[in-house]
Design a protein around this ligand. Structure first.
Ligand code: C2E
Ligand code: CA
Ligand code: CA
Length: 572
């Protein structure tokens, strides 16, 4: 016994000389004491601490915790002879300290009790450059938040723990709405500042109750573990929404943002990190679809949508090979001359498992997966080969319109594909018109200005589709020599007693006369609408009133004898 106490005293003296912390854990009495140096080394209150395990649980940062606990357990279960463990601890001011704990079981028992003694050293300054670099590889330089790699490590550890401890957790996926527009309007520096400030905001809101990571660009994620009840999740989401009612002030600019949020829970929704993230991402996407600036919990409905989208994604890949795609054509009627003046090509898909699927549903999916590139090429090929046949047969029409997606436009061979296919089928380029939605136009205007100009200077027309639904800036519209504006269907709906819409259409028509645009008005369904619009000066009308989009053989019949459309004899 005397020997033992002597041994401990010598040990303690030696350690005190180097400012390390000495600890002594009495395993039988369930007590642990730390020497007073701990108060200078770290921000930690050792009151009511019973053992080293509790210390690690409370001190170690989430991503180091499991490893540190395993190392302790391995030693206590005699799997290792020496106890030596390093983990990181975050201080109150956010500084990260690297702590090394070493220890051994005292050879003799102290008053009959088994004692584990050791030292704790702050090794932060000894951590090699290499380790620091490794550390940086896990953090995002801009926001100093854990990055995607570390996020997956943290989540995987928590998933293992959640099974062991039978506890629940949540993955909260956050995406800033219209971040691209913020970057475009205010510049990348402001964009970066927004990301930094938003990360700061998340840190304040989440505080110690969860882990935050930046996945990429404007995507953030919060992991909650062992929260008391689901209200906590809603509280965090509401807090984020409420904080964002205030603007960020960056160099005299006041910038408002909103975010779309999706939440997936474990173990309820999945115990797989990739899958959880996907579900949370999908719930976020659902929030976007439902108007942005809101949060959604992953649920049955979202899950069904998700699996349908997955199925569409997979089936779509095979759609060209399986010859499931075809084009329907909708005439655009010149109501002054009662003639079919143009034709819009609209894609159709009849899948053997899913039946008929609307392009409004599958085009956005094709855009997400990139399949739109192949699909777009197929459309151009198919439409121009049909057009060439019709031209050879001598049918008269002034233009054939193809819808194109922004992803297609940004693809490097887009222009060549258009020009080459026109050449291949001997189609004069001024017969072809591509329809770009107003939103797309804004998106590609800056980066692809030259390309749009090239297309136009080669004689191909560009029509602005869905006009009036985006945030059109006349600057954009008047800067490029577009030929055609297609006024969106939403202006036609209820036009009969909507003075405002009538006024808008009137002024667009007036503008178009001085700027020499063709105006096509879409989605005209009734005679009343057609008559009213004609009265307002609309010359070209497209809509169910004249004809739905129809297969090429049916359209050919119309072109052949120009038949009766919407009660009018359409002539050649
Ligand atoms: P969009 O370009 O705005 O096409 C007009 C849509 O309105 C078409 O729907 C058309 O069938 C429908 N429509 C035309 N007249 C009327 C009407 O009087 N009443 C009503 N209720 N609807 C009318 P569709 O064919 O389902 O196409 C939906 C969207 O899918 C298109 O909107 C377009 O954005 C996209 N799309 C279609 N084909 C293609 C394509 O080949 N490539 C790309 N990128 N997108 C396409
Ligand atoms: Ca269109
Ligand atoms: Ca449209």
């Amino acid at each position: 016994m005397e020997n033992d106490i002597y041994e401990r005293d010598a040990y303690i003296k030696a350690i005190q000389a180097v400012n390390d912390v000495i600890w002594e854990w009495n395993l039988d009495a369930k007590m642990i004491i730390f020497s007073k140096e701990i108060n200078e080394m770290i921000d930690f209150d050792t009151d009511d601490l019973c053992n080293l395990k509790e210390f690690i649980e409370r001190a170690a940062i989430e991503e180091d915790k499991d490893k540190a606990l395993d190392e302790l357990n391995d030693f206590l279960n005699n799997k290792t002879n020496i106890y030596n463990s390093v983990f990181r601890m975050e201080q109150n001011d956010g500084e990260i300290k690297w702590l090394q704990i070493k220890g051994r079981l005292s050879r003799e028992k102290l008053f009959g009790n088994k004692v584990f003694i050791g030292v704790m050293t702050d090794v932060t300054q000894f951590i090699s450059l290499q380790d620091r670099i490794k550390y940086m590889a896990y953090f995002d330089g801009l926001t100093e938040l854990p990055n995607r790699v570390l996020f997956f490590q943290i989540l995987n550890n928590l998933l293992i723990r959640s099974i062991r401890e039978k506890k629940r957790g949540a993955v909260i996926f956050i995406d800033i709405d219209n971040f691209k527009t913020i970057n475009d309007n205010f510049g990348h520096q402001h964009g970066d500042m927004i990301l930094k400030m938003f990360a700061q905001l998340l840190k304040i809101i989440v505080d110690k109750s969860g882990q935050i990571a930046r996945l990429s660009g404007d995507e953030f994620v919060i992991i909650l573990y062992d929260y008391k009840d689901s209200k906590k999740i809603e509280m965090i989401c509401d807090d984020i929404k409420n904080y964002l009612k205030n603007y960020f002030e960056i160099k005299d600019k006041q910038i408002y943002i909103t975010v779309s949020i999706g939440i997936a829970l474990f173990p309820e929704h999945s115990c797989d990190a990739n899958e959880l993230l996907k579900y949370a991402d999908f719930a976020m996407y659902y929030s976007k679809l439902n108007g942005k600036g809101r949060y959604s919990f992953f649920n049955k409905e979202i899950s069904d949508t998700f699996f349908r989208m997955r199925q569409i994604e997979l089936e779509l890949e095979m759609s060209i090979q399986n010859e499931e795609l075809y084009i329907c054509y909708q005439p655009q009627v010149d109501v002054c001359k009662n003639k079919i003046i143009g034709i819009e090509a609209l894609i159709r898909w009849n899948n053997k498992n899913l039946g008929n699927i609307s392009p409004a549903e599958f085009i956005p999916i094709a855009e997400k997966t990139g399949f739109i590139i192949k699909l777009g090429k197929w459309v151009i090929e198919e439409v121009l080969s049909t057009t060439s046949l019709w031209k050879k047969k001598g049918y008269e029409f002034k233009n054939i319109s193809i819808n194109v997606s922004p992803i297609q436009i940004k693809e490097k061979n887009f222009k060549e594909t258009l020009f080459n296919t026109c050449k291949k089928y001997d189609i004069p380029s001024n017969l072809l018109e591509i329809e770009i939605t107003e939103g797309t136009l804004m998106e590609v205007y800056k980066e692809e200005y030259k390309l749009l100009e090239d297309i136009i200077s080669n004689g191909i027309n560009i029509a602005i589709d869905d006009f009036g639904t985006g945030y059109s800036s006349l600057n954009y519209i008047t800067a490029l020599p577009f030929q055609t504006i297609k006024i969106d269907k939403s202006f036609v709906d209820n036009i009969i007693d909507n003075e405002k819409n009538i006024a808008v259409i009137k002024s667009i028509i007036k503008l178009s006369e001085s700027l020499r645009y063709n105006i096509i008005i879409e989605g005209v369904e009734t005679r009343e609408q057609a008559d009213l619009l004609e009265g307002l000066g609309c010359k070209i009308i497209q809509g169910y009133y004249f004809s739905k989009p129809i297969p090429k053989s049916d359209l050919e019949i119309l072109l052949m004898n120009q038949g009766v459309l919407g009660g009018r004899q359409i002539g050649r």
